[in-house]
Design a protein around this ligand. Structure first.
Ligand SMILES: [Zn+2]
Length: 219
């Protein structure tokens, strides 16, 4: 999933006001940030198989260190702890929200991935495989994003006129980015997916700062 991951990120300010959306956007993709780096450096592996699932051509056959349940929990605790050190004023709640956001990635992946998510490195693999059903996968993807946007808009208020429409612009840009990636041919080598993913997730975090954090505030 790509844009569906941002639903939980946008819902965050509904629960802990002080955590910025850009940080939550990094958190919900943190496992994929690591995956991007690990794939690039050959620690984890992916193959491009056109038609592998209806929605994604990636055969994610080896990602024990970023996408096993055990390691997802470990990374959630690590990033939550780091955030609570960086953002001391948010006390423990900020760190917990960031940790939950990191773990939400695994839960959302569990719905759409074919069984490629190990329970622990080398352990049995799980995945409900909704990527094999494009209408359901895409409805879920956009539905979760829309629900997150609604929660975000209801939990915050605009600082000026632009802030009234900017979260919706953010939503539209996410869908546009997703559509471009959907119809673009995959890169020549699977290794290139790593830096590409990291770049696009960072772009989304910058957009979140521009269109959410800078122009809206907690109610
Ligand atoms: Zn992932």
């Amino acid at each position: 999933m790509f844009v569906g991951h941002y639903g939980p990120a946008l819902a965050g300010p509904r629960f802990v006001k002080a955590v910025p959306v850009w940080a939550l956007c990094v958190a919900v993709q943190f496992l994929d940030y690591l995956w991007g780096a690990f794939v690039y450096f050959g620690i984890e592996h992916v193959r491009i198989e056109p038609g592998f699932t209806a929605v994604s051509p990636l055969d994610l056959y080896h990602m024990p260190w970023t996408h096993s349940l055990l390691m997802a929990l470990v990374w959630s605790v690590v990033l939550g702890f780091v955030w609570s050190l960086i953002a001391r004023s948010q006390k423990r709640a900020g760190g917990i929200l960031i940790g939950v956001a990191v773990f939400s990635h695994w839960l959302v992946d569990l719905l759409v991935h074919v069984p490629d998510l190990a329970l622990w490195p080398g352990g049995p693999k799980v995945g409900f495989g909704l990527w094999n059903n494009a209408p359901i996968a895409l409805t879920l993807e956009f539905g979760v994003l829309a629900a997150g946007l609604l929660l975000y808009v209801s939990a915050t208020k605009a600082k000026g006129a632009f802030g009234k429409i900017s979260p919706w612009i953010f939503g539209v840009l996410l869908v546009a980015l997703y559509s471009v990636s959907f119809f673009q041919p995959p890169p020549a080598t699977a290794q290139e997916f790593g830096p590409m993913a990291i770049l696009s997730y960072t772009l989304v975090a910058v957009l979140a700062w521009l269109l959410c954090d800078r122009v809206r505030e907690a109610k």
